[in-house]
Design a protein around this ligand. Structure first.
Ligand SMILES: NC(=O)c1ccc[n+]([C@@H]2O[C@H](COP(=O)([O-])OP(=O)(O)OC[C@H]3O[C@@H](n4cnc5c(N)ncnc54)[C@H](OP(=O)(O)O)[C@@H]3O)[C@@H](O)[C@H]2O)c1
Length: 341
């Protein structure tokens, strides 16, 4: 009888284990995991947003892509790109930013990682995001790509890893992301540009064990993405905006409505746009390599847009027509070359 009960106990424990992992192949974790050291707190009044797994992300971050320096005619080009990214990261961390957005596809992870080290800020206090390229998708392939990513960044965990584009074997990639998540190599999982390919969006949110915590899409006053935001909300996914300043398009930055609101608050149009993102509950990662702009962009927590001003800005939405960059994944056949990095 005693033997029967101990066998029953073992069986129950095994069943509990399987239900926790959803019958997935167990990933062994010994001792504290790399990400367990994270101690993100609000700095410079930047609010923290709690994701669907309880992890908190600073609502404003620095976008580090520098498209104008991405040409590659040799080592000097890459060095300039990485040095410029490095300096922007140091300036941002000194200004109080604790959220950095990079990607393998930006060719600057080494500069970003070195910037974190040279800033002297404790790594555990910073939210660091990077993105996997489609040529790195696939079970087995993606886990190795995550280790290579960590090496380029000189980190032992990331706060968020995105699948950069809905192309290739994103399902296989997600399975590896789930393993990395359980191993404590990443604290949150994200999908980027999956709003442009609903089959891929559904495959991840409906069928995978760990749902995305965050979703990166283009978002600014001319393209407010209401439909995608409603969809994300339904699944408890936080929306984060790329091109929050419309990539500095003059039509947006010199818009009359935004200029009048800026004047009323003695702020710049850029500050009004970013404040709008904050009040809409969106995470935003404005890009800049100019220390004065980096400082200006975080000085948005000492004023508030009125309800009427929010209504005026919401009226600037041009829907999909307001977007600056829209990839047609079906047309390009999911083709992404391997990165030379
Ligand atoms: N997931 C994706 O597929 C995807 C795609 C695109 C971008 N992203 C991410 O989103 C980030 C933001 O995108 P982005 O940098 O291309 O566009 P953005 O943030 O909309 O605009 C950046 C531009 O605005 C200028 N700017 C910034 N602050 C300013 C200020 N206070 N006054 C005047 N101009 C200002 C910058 O110039 P200065 O350098 O002179 O300040 C730069 O030219 C990227 O860095 C990247 O991390 C993701």
């Amino acid at each position: 009888m005693k033997r029967f009960f101990s066998a029953l106990l073992v069986l129950t424990a095994l069943l509990a284990c399987f239900s926790l992992t959803g019958m997935a192949e167990p990933v062994e974790v010994h001792g504290p995991r790399p990400a367990d050291v994270s101690t993100i707190i609000s700095v410079a009044d930047v609010p923290l947003i709690t994701l669907n797994n309880g992890v908190q992300v600073p609502q404003l971050g620095l976008g580090t892509q520098i498209q104008s320096l991405e040409r590659d005619n040799g080592a000097a080009d890459r060095e300039l790109l990485n040095n410029t990214s490095h300096d922007a990261v140091v300036a941002a961390l000194q200004a109080g930013y604790r959220h950095l957005d990079t990607a393998h596809g930006y060719f600057n992870e080494r500069g970003v990682g070195q910037g974190i080290i040279d800033s002297g800020m404790p790594r555990a206090e910073i939210w660091v995001t990077s993105k996997l390229w489609p040529s790195e998708y696939g079970e087995g392939v993606t886990l190795a790509a995550i280790d290579a990513m960590l090496e380029r960044l000189q980190l032992d965990y990331l706060d968020c890893i995105y699948l950069h584009h809905p192309a290739g074997d994103y399902v296989g990639a997600w399975k590896d992301l789930e393993k990395a998540y359980r191993q404590g190599k990443v604290r949150a999982l994200g999908i980027s540009n999956f709003d442009n390919w609903m089959d891929a969006f559904n495959a991840i949110v409906d069928d995978m064990e760990i749902k995305p915590q965050i979703m990166q899409i283009e978002g600014h006053p001319f393209a407010q993405r209401l439909e995608t935001r409603t969809l994300a909300e339904k699944y408890g996914i936080q929306v984060e905006c790329w091109y929050p300043l419309g990539h500095a398009d003059d039509r947006l930055l010199s818009n009359d409505v935004l200029s009048a609101i800026a004047e009323a608050h003695n702020k710049s149009v850029v500050q009004i746009i970013l404040r709008w993102h904050m009040q809409e509950g969106l995470v935003a990662v404005p890009g800049s390599t100019n220390p004065a702009h980096i400082q200006e962009n975080i000085e948005i927590f000492d004023f508030e847009l009125t309800d009427d001003e929010m209504v005026q800005i919401r009226a600037l939405d041009r829907g999909e027509a307001g977007r600056y960059f829209n990839i047609d994944y079906q047309r390009m056949g999911g083709f992404f070359t391997t990165l030379n990095e």
